[in-house]
Design a protein around this ligand. Sequence first.
Ligand code: NGD
Length: 269
Amino acid sequence: KTNGTTCGLREIMIGRCSHYQYIKNGFVQPNGSRAKNCTELYEAFESAVRYKSYCNMNMSTYGRYFELALGDLHVINRAMFWSGTYAIAHTYGSNGRNYVTLEDTLAAAMVNGLTWCGKENDTEGFDFVSCPYRCKDNQWADYAFWGLASKTFAQLAAGEVYVVLNGSQANGKSAFRNDSYFRSFELPNLRQNGTYRVTKVNILVLHSPDAEVVERCGQKSLLELERLVQNKGFDYACEDDPEELILIMCSEHWHARECQVARQVLRQT
Ligand code: NGD
């Protein structure tokens, strides 16, 4: 179990939606698309979950919400996926100015980081005490929201896409995990044909300063990823520790041994 539904869910979602549309600049909805009715969007979300029990959800539960929120979006260029690298991928992506992540889209921005679950036979219709983390009898319940979000986002990506992976995962986890959302819902849904197909998958592998290097490009799970990408007909590139990412990482691990070089170079001017 996790925390219960975030207090103020409705106000937060409607507020984030207005902020997204009228203030935020970064990745914006396509030219010519009209501003959305934030209350209507919230209500589409709410009607999928309120008074419902968690384990009855599946990957179509939030269908109408995604349709309303993203239905007028036909293509996303410079899409960025991440797995085990949330913070650095988002710093680098820079709110969609550099790269566009799922969380830069309206549908995900409205609920990113929040918790929610419905409760049957309850006046509020939400469980504010605790939400299930897993549904034992129906794994699709766990993927109802973020599974569909990931799938929908991947289907919109076009041209070259970028994936930030963690080559220093602890506890035997791999960079390209068997059970990651990236592997289960994003990679399989990249478009292989048509004008807006994906042409190339660029993998960026990060190694945390002062942590063990578990995998590099061309090794273990990354080798498997390379085969999968090529079998789907996409070009493949993989780079270990690209410089611009090392600099972002070192700004937070300034004293790590691996960041000495960056320190010296930056002080030489
Ligand atoms: O079993 C789980 C679970 N496993 C991971 N996570 C889980 N949450 C549960 N409730 N139950 C959470 O998923 C974890 O805390 C992370 O916040 C998030 C992603 O896990 P990670 O880092 O291992 O990477 P994944 O490949 O599984 O998923 C990231 C990709 C990325 O390209 C996004 O476009 O999938 C999309 N995404 C998936 C899930 C959640 C985004 C989010 C999000 N913004 O919260």
